[in-house]
Ligand binder design. Sequence first.
Ligand code: C5P
Length: 227
Amino acid sequence: MRKSQLELKGKTVLVTAGPTQEPLDPIRFISNRSSGKMGYAVALAALKFGAKVILISGPTHLSSPQGVNLVRIVTARELREAVLKHFPKADVVVAAAAVADYRPESKAARKIRKEGRRELTIRLVRNPDILRELGKTKGDKILVGFAAETGQMITNAREKLKKKNLDLIVANDVTKKGSGFEVDTNIVSIISRDGKIISLPKLSKTRVAERILREAVKIIKNTERTT
Ligand code: C5P
């Protein structure tokens, strides 16, 4: 193993992964197309770099990675609770979860029936922005966000980095072939606070995860050098 791969030894990395599911009734939910693959790849890469890993995951078809502390959640509010519980221990947080921005205002106690209805209106309310909340009290923790975009990728990602007070944001254009949901590859740009952009070619999610962590290690080293 290369020496650089143990550069997170003694550090704790908190990763969020997968989608959240927001229930409408006991049978149905609102969710999104996240497979969890990118977040799980980050968790495994962090383990390889020698870190202690806490993986907080929404429902996925992926098997539980050996050696990580896996915490399962379903809704955005459960994700928030789990993240806030583990955040104090973390040195690096990588938020790869695709959190549903909205949830149904209430969950029906029984199945919503179609009989006698031509239309159904569901009122949605905003979910908390977990990463933005973390950004407000981050101290010297390294916060990494993702920005899955369908246009204006760099501009939107930069805006999110600022708004959420992140150290790095990983932007991908999910309309590109070989990028985004479900596939095993990704085409990303890693943008840092100082405006530096690293645009990577199509790589496996494992390689992308390693590149992201390597950038996080650089920031940790710079901080340690100057304090
Ligand atoms: O949804 P959005 O594009 O704003 O996501 C950007 C980043 O913020 C992602 O890293 C995502 O995991 C995180 N996020 C979050 N809580 C939300 C929405 C997004 O932590 N409610």
